[in-house]
Design a protein around this ligand. Structure first.
Ligand code: ADP
Ligand code: ZN
Length: 598
């Protein structure tokens, strides 16, 4: 197994759980593995597929993804193919022949293909199947969030292939969904893996937003040349943010369900192939993003639950190299989501969604280790008190006393008899001249205009913090009147202080987790190697990360391998990639060395 790990994939050691899963499959045992994104699930079936005499049939939900998966396997010299409606008749015939000849290691299929009776029978009669691998196995459960009716056909597998082991993989499964998967697939005393959901190479940062687009821009400017995803809630905000970034010279494109499917596909492709740096997207973007070199994810708005947040941030750092996730949120975001939850008719669902939102909001507003909080939500205890790679644990924030500002605001609330909403109060303290102010004679209020030097956005930020501290509350009637709580009164009358947490810029290096900090590499050389990678990828029409991952290029830019032997020592360089691409990278490194020794 180890030899093949090195020769085929170029890796020196297994990641957690991989070896056990592979051994179980080679011993013809069923497998059920819940592993986080980036945990290395594909290797768990690809390696035993190479070692087995028959082929592994991989069931994968997205036809659009199969090509990348097959290209990736082929780049390592694995005999892989997919069979779906996008193939021409002659391509289909070719795969048919390969199935009959037993000359494939991996065959990727969408479940709807198995629903076709003739195809299913044909497989049964002609194919030599070593085992089945079911990717995204949670799609079989109605309890999950990605239920796909087509997956139901997989319930027939055990009955029709009683002696063929079946391995089910998923990155997202609550206990309920897990039971459902086991039952629906009829797994026979499977080898069970429930891996930790911790993603040690991701740095988490959460802050209240003041001016979202410029904050996003600021962040991206600290991540020059790195690929990243920016999530926004609505199509309109996606368009706005994308336009703002473009105007500021960031190579970004939008992605949302309102775009023509051709354009959507084109933009996703451009991102996948490193032709653009940033994709600005609604949550419509994601399922099936296998790109391993996503270095950051920014949420421009509060997600509606921790499950989505975990999944979306999880799309970064799949290659195990450091990644940085920033969440920007405001009280207004929460109110918007609440509004939409209010529209849901099913009472049970409404309750469930509200509870999930409450957890998300408390995650964002509390100041406890992000990693600990998130893992706890999924029922996992993070050991230790300091994770070393979130904003809380690394002390990347400062607190500032804001009692005086709080008093200005709350005094205006009291003096207008707690009858008005936040916007009107802000108008009063900023000294606005609106019709409403004139009508109520609010220029007479003692705090009229005393907060004029603080911007509207900053007031919003402050008021959000007052909400988070439970100093004020908002009536949910149509007037959105703001009232003071007991704590609010204490602050107003001076018996309690009020301080706010202000973000300080997380420097890029500091943003890199202690646990995963890779030794420094030569940045200039990495850039050269990246260009070589892009050229090769273009020529082969595959995404650059399938040529070599960022992790592999980082290692090259640290070790300077210029011979075949040295190159093969690099993690990620297997025999086939060495033969196909190795010399280009050796040459580039030599050239770099000569140029820099002059
Ligand atoms: P998942 O499907 O679980 O999200 P992938 O199979 O896409 O994860 O693997 C994520 C990344 O980790 C890929 O770039 C893969 O090449 C890499 N990887 C997998 N196993 C190993 C290993 N043993 N050593 C180093 N890198 C690995
Ligand atoms: Zn932490």
């Amino acid at each position: 197994m180890k030899t093949h790990l090195k020769n085929v994939f170029g890796f020196d050691s297994f990641r957690e759980n991989q070896e056990e899963i592979i051994a179980a499959l080679l011993n013809k045992r069923d497998v059920f593995a819940v592993m986080p994104t980036g945990g290395g699930k594909s290797l768990c079936y690809q390696l035993p597929a190479v070692l087995s005499s028959g082929m592994c049939v991989v069931i994968s939900p997205l036809i659009a993804l199969m090509k990348d998966q097959v290209d990736g396997a082929r780049a390592n010299g694995i005999r892989a193919a997919y069979y779906n409606s996008s193939l021409t008749i002659s391509e289909k015939r070719e795969v048919d022949v390969a199935i009959g000849n037993n000359s494939l290691d991996l065959l990727y299929l969408a479940p709807e293909r198995l629903s076709l009776d003739y195809f299913f029978r044909d497989l049964q009669q002609r194919a030599n199947i070593a085992f089945f691998a079911i990717d995204e196995a949670h799609c079989i459960s109605e309890w999950g969030h990605d239920f796909r009716p087509d997956y139901m056909v997989l319930s027939k597998l055990k009955e029709n292939f009683p002696d063929t082991p079946l391995a089910a993989f998923t990155a997202s499964a609550t206990p309920h969904v897990q039971d459902d998967i086991l039952m629906k697939l009829n797994l026979v005393s499977p080898f069970n893996i429930l891996a930790s959901f911790n993603r040690p190479n991701i740095f988490y940062q959460v802050q209240r937003k003041i001016d979202v687009n410029s904050e996003i821009l600021d962040f991206i400017e600290q991540h020059k040349d790195e690929a990243g995803i920016v999530y926004r809630t609505t199509r309109k905000s996606v368009e706005k943010t994308a336009a703002y970034l473009k105007k500021n010279k960031i190579n970004a494109l939008p992605y949302h369900a309102g775009l023509d499917s051709e354009i959507r596909k084109k933009n996703q492709d451009a991102f996948n192939k490193d032709d653009i740096q940033v994709i600005v997207a609604t949550i419509a973007f994601g399922m099936g993003i296998d790109k391993s070199n996503v270095r950051f994810v920014v949420h421009g708005d509060l997600p509606k639950n921790i499950e989505s947040y975990y999944q979306e941030t999880g799309r970064s750092g799949r290659d195990g190299e450091p990644a940085h996730c920033l969440l920007l949120h405001s009280y207004g975001d929460e109110a918007t989501i609440k509004f939409f939850i209010g529209q849901v008719e099913d009472e049970k669902e409404k309750k469930r969604n509200s509870a999930k939102l409450a957890s998300m909001s408390s995650f964002a507003n509390n100041h406890i280790c992000r990693r600990k909080a998130m893992l706890k939500y999924f029922g996992e205890e993070f050991p230790g008190t300091n994770c070393g790679s979130c904003d809380v644990c690394s002390g990347k924030f400062s607190t500032r006393d804001a009692t005086r500002e709080a008093q200005i605001f709350m005094s205006a609330v009291l003096r207008t008899e707690e009858m008005f909403g936040r916007n009107h109060i802000i108008d009063i303290i900023r000294g606005a001249n609106t019709q409403k102010i004139r009508m109520f004679n609010h220029t007479e209020i003692k705090t009229y205009g005393v907060g004029s030097e603080i911007s509207n956005k900053e007031w919003t930020f402050l008021i959000d913090a007052l909400f988070a501290k439970d100093a004020i509350m908002q009536m949910s009637d149509e007037h959105n009147q703001i009232k003071l709580t007991d704590r609010g009164r204490n602050i107003l009358f001076g018996s309690e202080k009020f301080s706010i947490i202000e973000p300080v810029k997380v420097e890029k290096q500091a943003g890199i987790s202690k646990i995963s900090r890779t030794k420094d590499y030569n940045k200039a050389l990495f850039e050269c190697l990246r260009q070589v990678r892009t050229v090769i990828a273009k020529r082969r029409d595959i995404p650059p990360y399938l040529v070599f991952s960022d992790k592999t290029l980082h290692e090259m830019a640290r070790e300077y391998p210029t011979s075949r032997g040295a190159m093969l020592q690099i993690s990620g360089v297997g025999q086939v990639k060495m033969a196909q691409y190795g010399k280009f990278f050796c040459e580039a490194i030599k050239e770099y060395q000569t140029e820099h020794s002059k």
